[in-house]
Ligand binder design. Structure first.
Ligand SMILES: C[S@@+](CC[C@H](N)C(=O)[O-])C[C@H]1O[C@@H](n2cnc3c(N)ncnc32)[C@H](O)[C@@H]1O
Length: 211
């Protein structure tokens, strides 16, 4: 059981969606994650929204013209995603054992872990999650992950993941660091309590646009 399902009882989908709907209704921008991904890879790229929840990020990216798949372990979150975007592919799976390429599907140009997915994974599985994400990237593909680093930037249910550990897990999975930001808006990282990390799988790297 992930920290997320432990905290929500596996029935948090409607509440989570309602929270973001209410935020969007105030005029707040709830699409920062999708905007950053869209700035990094060209329209039409294959994007995996890992820990997609209600599909917030994948649905927005699909609207922008990206080829999106979402995957999550929580059926109540996926139920919202399926209801809101039945035309997209939603896969119920554990990220720490995910294998979407077994059937011969091409690897992804970008994998996004938005919304504290890594600190909300089951304790002790975080490195496996990173390794499986790396395995889904094509050479030159990007892993983009945003999560809080201290209690002020994390939900109560989340564990704490140090950036040094996250970088070490990426390195062990064959990824190289490209850029670290403080926000999804692209502000440079300044040592604060939230970070967006961009790593790449070495190869014929051509995915990263200047941002
Ligand atoms: C706070 S929600 C974020 C949802 C979405 N990414 C967003 O930004 O709106 C965290 C999500 O991570 C998912 N998650 C955590 N660990 C997971 C795992 N090992 N496998 C699949 N999903 C996982 C949870 O089920 C939950 O839907």
């Amino acid at each position: 059981m992930t920290r997320w399902t432990d905290a929500t009882g596996g029935g948090g989908g409607q509440d989570y969606a309602a929270r973001f709907d209410a935020l969007a209704a105030t005029g707040a921008d709830v699409h920062g994650e999708a905007a950053l991904c869209a700035a990094l890879v060209p329209v039409g790229s294959r994007i995996l929204d890992a820990g997609c929840g209600t599909g917030r990020v994948a649905i927005r990216l699909a609207e922008l013209g990206y080829d999106c798949t979402g995957t999550d372990l929580d059926p109540s979150m996926l139920a919202v995603a399926r209801e809101r975007a039945p035309q997209l592919t939603w896969v119920e799976s554990d990220l720490s054992t995910l294998d979407l390429l077994a059937g011969g599907d091409p690897a992804y140009d970008l994998v996004v872990l938005a919304g504290n997915v890594v600190p909300l994974a089951a304790p002790g599985t975080e490195q496996a999650v990173v390794a499986r994400m790396a395995a889904h990237l094509r050479p030159g593909g990007l892993l983009v992950a945003g999560f809080g680093l201290d209690r002020a930037h994390l939900p109560d249910a989340a564990g704490r993941v140090a950036l040094a550990d996250y970088d070490a897990w990426c390195s062990a999975a064959g990824l190289q660091p490209l850029r670290r930001l403080a926000t999804w808006d692209g502000e440079p990282y300044d040592g604060g309590g939230y970070a967006v990390s961009i790593h790449t799988r070495p190869g014929s790297a051509d995915g990263l646009r200047p941002a």
